[in-house]
Design a protein around this ligand. Structure first.
Ligand code: PPS
Length: 560
């Protein structure tokens, strides 16, 4: 960050500079570059540093740094720049946050980056997915910070590294163990963190990530209220909470090393690394992308060089015979243990069933129940995808009528043709426009879902990646139910209610889905309807049955 005098000069200079509006993902990196959490970085990595980091976790000068931090931009924007160009980095609302002096411009090989940094190039890994989604050209260069992004939530829990260090000094803490988390804390986590503080004879910093975490994680508003509740159950003055606005890459071992450097920069002397630190699991197999203790081992290996002590912990489980939490390997043979997995907890919330006191605190249960009401009170999106003429709209209309008849939620139909007349009236059928169209539908559907309504979408949505993006958007606020309206192209073409297939065959429409444009079939749709075999009524009944079985439609007595 520069002085206020220099900031004024930079703001004046920025009027004449090319501007880059930082994306939702980039804002977190920028904040931590500017506030010193990413020290020793002074800006975005140049090409040589980037190569060194990807290949061997080191900057060109040999300094340990595990995660590539670069600014990804479009080819068009990069084309307007030269080495030495200055770029104003702006908040999406327009404020100048920093000025970048470009030292390097290059096109990365994202597959190679993913493979070396995250250990896989599989899109099922959320970090790989985000990486591949980012813009194609990277910029490197030093930054001059004008203004840090402002946060309006939980301001009392926000600190820059310098502020946190000053706070530690003020309250006389000199041995501090940081606990990283992206989940709500339950008794097992609180116990683990308490033991770590006891072991090091120091204090505890609960340091949750509130930037980008794993898709599907509990939103940070809910989580932070849970952390504050946990704090009330810890001895006064022994622990504190501070929020870390980090965009995680979910990179397991490398992420753990990165996290330890960040915690060192925030003034911590110790850092807890538990089982599966920042390790996502493969949605296809359910297995972790990394071994459960890989992250711990790599963090331990580099701890000395980082200058922080890693406090390694294994999984804690509830030892019923003792009524206490113990590390799983210390439980004697035949000892009775209790554990509730994340999946089981979600099930209990969904069904409204009991969440026992040994597992978590009553305040945490209340927060989670408010945030995740039983399914019969949740919003959902039914996302019908399939070829033109497969029957999406007809089925969607019948479904809308039935759901309105049931009457427990407001229902909105976002039919493909209708959307294209209103919301997406200026769009065509290129891949780019189709993706934009689906993102818009997804955005509206997620708003409806968040407000506990039912959204029925019926676009072709031919591309898998954007359907997955919409799924993530909606899943974060309610339920996303993908319904593949499957119908052989020959049958759709025979029906040809709008005469579009005939036009496409005659070459009057170019890029028609199924004829000379792709349709990527869903791989994991919740429901598959074969409209060549079922009537419209049967198709709608199948979908309603699914909603009933999954608890979205409850019996009338329960609704009351
Ligand atoms: S997409 O790909 O999801 O954005 O398409 P969508 O918004 O559902 O719009 C599809 C409707 O537009 C008509 N139409 C075409 N479809 C596919 N390809 C091309 N080139 C095309 N041009 C026009 C067609 O009537 C689709 O409606 P449905 O209801 O699917 O038959």
């Amino acid at each position: 960050m520069v002085s206020s005098k220099r900031a004024q000069e930079l703001k004046k200079e920025a009027v004449h500079l090319p501007s880059w509006d930082v994306t939702f993902r980039q804002i977190w990196d920028l904040e931590l570059l500017l506030n010193g959490a990413f020290a020793p970085l002074q800006g975005y990595l140049g090409h040589a540093d980037y190569e060194g980091v990807c290949k061997g976790m080191r900057l060109a000068d040999g300094t340990l740094w595990p995660m590539p931090i670069t600014l990804d931009v479009t080819n068009e924007f990069a084309g307007t720049l030269q080495i030495g160009s200055r770029v104003a980095l702006r908040h999406p609302e327009g404020m100048v946050l920093a000025v970048l002096t470009v030292s390097d411009v290059w096109t990365p090989d994202k597959n190679a980056e993913a493979q070396s940094v995250l250990g896989t190039a599989d899109d099922g890994h959320p970090g790989v997915f985000e990486l591949k989604k980012s813009h194609p050209t990277y910029l490197g260069g030093k930054l001059e910070g004008v203004e840090l992004p402002t946060h309006h939530t939980f301001r009392h829990l926000r600190h820059t590294p310098a502020e946190l260090k000053a706070e530690f000094k003020r309250i006389g803490w000199n041995r501090i163990v940081a606990f990283q988390t992206r989940n709500p804390m339950h008794r097992a986590h609180a116990e683990l963190a308490r033991r770590a503080a006891q072991m090091i004879e120091g204090n505890l910093l609960i340091h949750p990530v509130v930037g980008m975490t794993n898709p599907g994680d509990v939103d940070y508003f809910t989580r932070v209220r849970c952390y504050e509740a946990v704090l009330k159950h810890t001895p006064a003055h022994s622990a504190m909470v501070s929020l870390l606005p980090l965009a995680m890459r979910m990179g397991g071992p490398r992420e753990a090393v990165w996290h330890s450097i960040i915690r060192k920069n925030y003034g911590c002397t110790h850092f807890i690394v538990g089982r599966d630190h920042a390790g996502p699991s493969d949605p296809k197999t359910g297995k972790g992308f990394y071994g459960p203790y890989d992250a711990q081992q790599l963090a331990e290996k580099h701890a000395k060089e980082v200058g922080i002590e890693v406090v390694s912990f294994e999984e804690m489980v509830y030892f019923e015979d003792k009524g206490e939490y113990w590390p799983v390997s210390k439980i004697p043979e035949g000892g009775r243990i209790l554990n509730i997995s994340g999946t089981e907890l979600r099930r209990r919330l969904r069904d409204g069933s009991d969440i026992p006191e040994w597992f978590t605190y009553p305040e945490v249960v209340k927060e989670l129940r408010d945030r995740y009401p039983a399914r019969s009170h949740q919003g959902f999106t039914l996302f019908l995808t399939g070829l033109s003429g497969s029957g999406k709209s007809t089925i969607a209309n019948v479904l809308m009528a039935k759901l309105m008849e049931i009457g427990t939620r407001p229902v909105t139909l976002l039919d493909g043709d209708l959307v294209r007349k209103n919301l997406s009236s200026e769009l065509g059928f290129s891949k780019e426009h189709r993706d934009l169209n689906i993102k818009r539908i997804g955005f509206v559907a997620s708003e409806i879902t968040k407000n506990r309504g039912a959204a029925i979408c019926a676009p072709i949505a031919p591309y898998r990646a954007v359907r997955r993006e919409v799924r993530q958007m909606v899943d974060a606020v309610g339920a996303f139910i993908e319904v593949y309206i499957s119908c052989p192209i020959e049958v759709c073409e025979q029906r040809d209610r709008k005469g579009l297939y005939a036009k496409a065959r005659a070459g009057l429409i170019k890029g028609f889905t199924g004829i000379d444009d792709p349709y990527e079939e869903p791989e994991k749709a919740e429901i598959v309807i074969e409209t060549a075999k079922l009537s419209v009524e049967e198709a709608a009944a199948t979908i309603l049955l699914y909603l009933e079985n999954e608890g979205f439609i409850a019996p009338e007595v329960e609704q009351a």
